[in-house]
Ligand binder design. Structure first.
Ligand code: CTP
Length: 128
């Protein structure tokens, strides 16, 4: 049984997120999502349109996601890897070079072009 993990805010769940989760789940049997809490987002300087519970509900409805845990700080990854016996961390390739000392394999998946939560929020604001 291969266990994978990924982290993110997953605000206004979109095609790029689904693509990331699908490809990660193709490579493991059980995929954990560390979902950034609203407090952690504030720390990161991000403000999500949907709150933690709303973002969690969307992710829970996806067949690629096995378990959702809260991501509350940058440092928890090492502990999560140990606690959940994680084999592989999957991240979009905007994170290349990060998280290499967390105690498991790290796979960077190419980001889906032309879409992001930021773009969706900007488009809504501009009435596009
Ligand atoms: N991701 C992706 N392709 C996209 C957008 C996101 O593969 N077009 C991946 C990211 O690399 C990350 C995960 O999805 O591994 C969660 O990303 P997140 O930062 O929550 O989404 P973004 O749309 O990038 O959000 P923002 O615009 O706020 O940065």
């Amino acid at each position: 049984m291969r266990i994978g993990i990924t982290y993110g805010t997953f605000d206004t769940l979109h095609y790029g997120h689904i693509n990331l989760l699908r490809r990660a789940k193709e490579q493991c049997d059980y995929l954990i999502v560390g979902l950034s809490t609203d407090e952690f987002n504030r720390l990161k300087g991000k403000r999500s349109f949907l709150n933690y519970e709303e973002r969690k509900q969307l992710l829970e409805s996806l067949k690629y996601v096995s378990l959702i845990i809260p991501e509350t700080c940058w440092e928890q990854k090492k502990d999560d890897v140990k606690k959940y016996h994680v084999d592989t961390l999957y991240m979009g390739d905007d994170w290349v070079g990060h998280f290499q000392d967390i105690g498991c394999e790290v796979v960077y998946l190419p980001r889906t072009e032309m879409i992001s939560s930021t773009k969706i929020k900007e488009a809504i604001q501009n009435n596009v």
